[in-house]
Design a protein around this ligand. Structure first.
Ligand code: GPP
Ligand code: MG
Length: 289
């Protein structure tokens, strides 16, 4: 029976092994209000965390609109994170192509298209996410330039040199970096830009802390050490141009989220991991040389 299930799923999705199938299954069924209700604010559905100072006044005022104020504030901080990533993609022309690698429900692709009026391809191994993202692009009337594909970021099948820019917004912890960056070295045009915002474990702490292990178990991922990003970039023609430690900037987001009715239970773990120095939230931008 389980063999049959496995065979049917493999035929539908590009997930290439049981691990990827379990990740696809998580995202196919994920319906957290902290993602859906924030996205409902303006139709930008994100799957990343926020940065910047919190307006703590949202906790005060009428009780019946408290949730609404907190949702708007958390969404503002997640949108600020998406804007910050987009700022690091460099100069992008309307004819250029970008790859949103691990696109989730597609919010980041819409942000980049709005900023540059460029082509964006988003890829995910979750059928549900791809369908949701495509419907959002259609709703906004940008589906001529923003397209979503059921594809494995490690082996996209896109042609060599297609992209002026590629980003991962909190999705590199689902894949092997050496395979990933080899694919990006192939997909990026020479001089193209790669940007990632990621949670990584801090090499100076030692090995992954209890909190990092808890985060891995929560999202079924495998958080890499900070050093692995630079080691694998250097091996794959990606030369870092910017590294920004966003750890302090993301803590207020988690503090507000922990106080909200949308908390999923992982908030205190993130706060402890950031505060004990075992975990860092980084932006890394690199040029394809
Ligand atoms: C964000 O997604 C989280 C991930 C993509 C995985 C882990 C990220 C790290 C930085 C370790 P989400 O928005 O769906 O998560 P949540 O439901 O908790 O808001
Ligand atoms: Mg979220």
């Amino acid at each position: 029976m389980s063999t049959t299930t496995h065979r049917v799923r493999t035929a539908l999705a590009p997930a290439s092994n049981p691990y990827q199938e379990s990740v696809a299954d998580y995202w196919n069924h994920e319906m957290n209000p902290v993602n859906l209700r924030l996205g409902d604010v303006d139709g930008l559905y994100h799957h990343h965390f926020g940065i910047g100072d919190v307006d703590w006044s949202v906790l005060h005022g009428p009780e019946d609109t408290r949730d609404k104020r907190i949702i708007a504030e958390l969404h503002r901080l997640e949108c600020a994170q998406a804007d910050f990533l987009t700022d690091h993609l460099g100069t992008i022309a309307p004819d250029d192509r970008l790859l949103d690698s691990g696109c989730g429900r597609g919010g980041g692709s819409l942000v980049a298209n709005k900023r540059f009026n460029c082509h964006v391809d988003g890829v995910s191994i979750s059928e549900t996410q791809v369908a949701f993202a495509a419907s959002q692009a259609k709703k906004r009337g940008v589906n001529d330039k923003v397209r979503f594909h059921l594809k494995d970021m490690l082996e996209t099948g896109f042609e060599t040199g297609r992209f002026r820019g590629i980003w991962n917004n909190e999705s590199t912890m689902y894949v092997d970096l050496s395979t990933l960056f080899a694919e990006y070295a192939r997909l990026l045009t020479c001089g193209g830009r790669y940007v990632t915002i990621t949670g990584c474990y801090n090499d100076t702490y030692g090995l992954p802390s209890r909190e990092v292990s808890t985060i891995n178990a929560h999202y079924i991922c495998d958080i890499h050490p900070r050093s692995a990003y630079f080691k694998e970039m250097a091996k794959n023609r990606l030369a870092p141009i910017n590294v920004v430690d966003l750890t302090a900037a993301t803590i207020p987001y988690w503090e507000l989220r922990a106080k909200s009715s949308l908390a999923t239970g992982i908030e205190d773990t993130f706060l402890t991991a950031y505060k004990n120095g075992s975990f860092q939230y980084l932006l890394i931008a690199a040029d394809r040389i």
